[in-house]
Write a protein that binds this ligand. Structure first.
Ligand SMILES: [Zn+2]
Ligand SMILES: [Zn+2]
Length: 150
């Protein structure tokens, strides 16, 4: 037998008796799992709504799926996994590689203040800035080409 003291508690949620090494009353293993799942769900919902992650808020470890408190802005792993030296391979470089294979990139300079104006104008017409610029270029080019026919 282990030397550890085992306490018997009644679950705060379902009133089932359970044994725990903690002296503090809490939840039985089943309810704990349920609450964990609930927290994960809430987290995913918040994430889907685009609420930003910030230092001091909770995130889910990308390696083991356990929640942890964010200590630095870029932290993706819980402390256990950080200690184990686990490194998450980022998907971002792959995306930019894909982008580099599929697209050419151009940079456009606009008069100060016009970017936001143009962006909201494009959004108003249901287009991203990128789509808007591409369409504008295509149309203008066609216009010029037609002009040259005369
Ligand atoms: Zn319970
Ligand atoms: Zn982890």
């Amino acid at each position: 037998m282990s030397e550890k003291k085992v306490y018997t508690h009644v679950c705060l949620d379902c009133n089932t008796e359970y044994e725990s090494e903690s002296a503090r009353r809490g939840y039985c293993p089943d309810c704990r799992k349920e609450r964990q799942k609930q927290r994960n769900r809430e987290y995913l919902e918040r994430k889907a709504k685009g609420e930003s992650r910030s230092v001091g808020s909770a995130d889910i470890c990308e390696n083991c799926g356990q929640p942890f408190i964010i200590k630095t802005g870029s932290q993706k792993l819980c402390e256990n996994c950080v200690e184990k030296g686990i490194i998450i391979r980022r998907t971002k470089p792959n995306n930019s590689k894909y982008r580099a294979e599929k697209y050419d990139e151009i940079h456009i300079f606009l008069p100060k203040g016009e970017r936001e104006d143009l962006k909201s104008f494009a959004a108003l017409h249901g287009k991203s800035m990128n789509e808007f610029v591409i369409e504008a270029i295509t149309k203008y080019r066609k216009e010029l080409e037609e002009e040259c026919l005369f």
